[in-house]
Write a protein that binds this ligand. Structure first.
Ligand code: ZN
Length: 200
């Protein structure tokens, strides 16, 4: 049952009046915004959906989505496969105004028509299920490459000409900012300016 490929478009009103359940797979390629965020577009999403009548003649779609996607591990920069398993609950409303009036905990989707694209219904939930930072499981990183990347990122910020021009007094700050280069890079420049101004 789960290997049925789901249609691109469904009639949500008819599904609701039938209290229908929908179960099947959707090729990942259909989710254009989602696959732009992952490494590999081969694969599929398993979806189990239920269509229910909600207040004000709205359609409520609840269900579960499961998929495996490849992302770049931010520790070792090698691809790693992660499993996503997320629940969804989406109210289909017929206007932007109705969407704005939904309770802040409710996810809504505007669809004036009785036909709706499954991708429109599901894609946001899939994107939200992606972790902010992709990582291998603990201890599964490709260590040789990972160490090389770490070494590179530790050296890179201080190899520019800008750094060589800094005075001896900046030495301790350089050391302190080694592990957190990005957030403090601007700050270091700022304090350097301040030091120069004081000396004038
Ligand atoms: Zn890794």
């Amino acid at each position: 049952m789960l290997n049925t490929t789901l249609p691109v478009q469904i009639n949500h009103r008819r599904f609701v009046s039938d209290n229908a359940k929908l179960q099947g797979i959707i090729p990942l390629q259909r989710f254009e915004r989602f696959i732009a965020l992952v490494e590999d577009e081969a694969g599929e999403v398993e979806a189990q959906l239920e269509f229910k009548k909600a207040r004000k003649h709205r359609s409520l779609v609840i269900g579960q989505l499961r998929t495996k996607v490849s992302v770049i591990c931010q520790n070792c920069m090698a691809p790693t496969q992660i499993e996503l398993d997320t629940e969804l609950s989406v109210l289909v409303v017929n206007s932007e105004e109705a969407l704005a009036q939904l309770h802040e905990d409710d996810d809504g989707l505007v669809c004036e028509d009785e036909l709706i694209l499954l991708v429109d219904l599901l894609e946001d939930e899939l994107i939200l299920a992606l972790p902010m930072v992709g990582k291998h499981e603990e201890g599964k990183c490709q260590s040789a490459l990972g160490n090389a990347v770490k070494a590179l990122s530790a050296v890179k910020p201080f190899s520019g000409d800008e750094c060589e021009e800094r005075e001896e007094g900046q030495e301790s700050q350089k050391g302190a900012s080694k592990d957190t280069y990005r957030p403090f890079a601007g700050l270091a420049d700022l304090t350097a300016d301040m030091v120069l101004k004081k000396e004038e």
